[in-house]
Design a protein around this ligand. Structure first.
Ligand code: PMP
Length: 423
């Protein structure tokens, strides 16, 4: 994305745009593009999960899934996702719903106990810093904020985090303990970490001996086109680079089956897995294996997951196409915004005229269109250029996405024209 600059000629369009906006308000809309939730139609794709595993079906590989135990998660399900995520089954844990909880647990354990290869609890080593590519995922930033971890930003590029900027930050400062990365179809800009960038990230020298990359592969199989991008295999690359413990990968079925009742995954080196499990064993006697068996039976194998994701794609792709089409039609030649054209994931990232993102969100709200708050894609909710807006078109029906996007385009134009008129 490049910077959008405001065209002074836009000022002349202000009266007309005010009329257009007033007509938009008169429609009394109530639309929501705030969060990347699956739509009811998508959730319905997994409806038969609710009848699985079925009465009398409760043994998997000799384990009675109704009972305690099996801390690693059900082998049948781990095998399926090990193939999809490109990791050995032995290095993949399947846990309860919400990978965010595994990210939280990993960080809390690091703070309380330290990590393999480190020098004790992070919480006893003075201020801890995480590198945050921006724009990024607000809940990553919220975890850091809640735990008192300092955040420094680096730009996101179409190939992943700006690797030179990351390398410079981690090289000399031992307080820099971690980096957030969404490697595949990043939230919010859809970037995919290239093999080269992945290689640099796992091999760059770090002042902290216990530096960790939180490789949040939330959208590994969430393609919006026929082309199924393969994520760089960071865990394997890290081992090859002699830094086997550097990468901890997270994933889940939240946007495959049920966002509120899925299965989460954590993959890493054997050393990190043993470390994570050792602490986990105090928190739980074992995960919900009934839900894991239900998922294993529902998918059958990795090909079953891929086929299921193709059904999601059929529902999602037209909504994403509508977002980019309407932005193109309404804003294409106005020079007031640039936006991403994601090939997967759940979001479109829009950069509007600097200084107007909050105004656009405010205008949209007053017209009945709820958008993610401006600044949400930056640590502490502060976008220094007040420029980035994250759009999440998955939840509303297609017709509503179209109506909402037309309204959003009007708000982007109006906010830009206001700036041009005031200049
Ligand atoms: N990571 C990213 C990058 C996400 O966008 C989301 C959902 N918005 C999550 C994690 C949440 O995952 P889970 O439901 O497994 O906690």
């Amino acid at each position: 994305m490049t910077d959008a600059a405001v065209d002074p000629a836009l000022a002349a369009r202000l009266p007309k745009l005010r009329e257009l906006y007033s007509a938009l308000q008169d429609r009394g809309l109530s639309l929501d593009l705030t969060r990347g939730k699956p739509s009811a139609e998508q959730l319905d794709l997994s409806e038969s999960l609710l009848a699985l595993p079925g009465e009398g079906v409760h043994t998997a590989g000799g384990t009675d899934v109704r009972n305690y135990g099996g801390l690693d998660g059900l082998p049948q399900l781990r095998e399926i996702f090990a193939e999809l995520l490109g990791v050995p089954t032995a290095q993949l844990l399947a846990q309860d719903n919400a990978s965010l909880r595994l990210m939280w647990d990993t960080l809390v354990q690091a703070l309380l106990f330290g990590v393999p290869g480190g020098e004790g609890p992070w919480s006893q080593q003075g201020p801890i810093t995480f590198v945050c590519p921006v724009p990024g995922y607000d809940r990553h930033f919220a975890i850091c904020e809640e735990l008192g971890i300092r955040m420094v930003t680096v730009p996101m590029t179409p190939d992943g985090p700006d690797v030179e900027a990351v390398a410079a930050l981690v090289a000399d400062d031992p307080s820099v303990k971690g980096l957030w990365v969404v490697p595949t179809y990043a939230n919010p800009d859809g970037s995919v970490v290239s093999e080269d960038v992945a290689r640099r990230l796992v091999s760059m020298p770090t002042a902290a001996p216990d530096f960790r990359i939180f490789w949040d592969n939330a959208y590994a199989v969430h393609h919006l086109t026929q082309h199924e991008t393969t994520s760089a295999n960071a865990i394997e690359l890290a081992a090859e680079a002699g830094n086997p413990d550097r990468v901890v990968m997270f994933a889940s079925t939240s946007k495959i089956t049920f966002a509120g009742a899925g299965v989460s995954f954590l993959a890493s080196s054997p050393g990190n897995i043993a470390w994570f499990k050792q602490h986990l064993s105090f928190r739980s006697i074992g995960p919900d294996k009934v839900n894991q068996l239900r998922h294993a039976l529902f998918f059958g194998d990795a090909a079953g997951v891929r086929a299921h994701m193709a059904k999601h794609r059929e529902i999602l792709a037209p909504k994403f196409a509508a977002v980019t089409r309407i932005l193109g039609e309404r804003l294409g030649d106005a020079g007031v915004a640039t936006w991403t054209d994601p090939q997967g994931g759940y979001f479109v990232s829009v950069d509007v005229v600097p200084g107007t993102a909050a105004r656009v969100v405010e205008l949209a709200k007053a017209a009945g269109i709820a958008l993610t708050p401006a600044g949400a894609t930056f640590p502490y909710g502060q976008d220094p250029a007040d420029r980035n807006i994250r759009l999440a078109p998955s939840m509303p029906p297609l017709a509503e996405v179209e109506t909402a996007m037309d309204g959003v385009a009007t708000c982007i134009l109006l906010a830009a024209a206001e700036v041009a008129a005031a200049a």
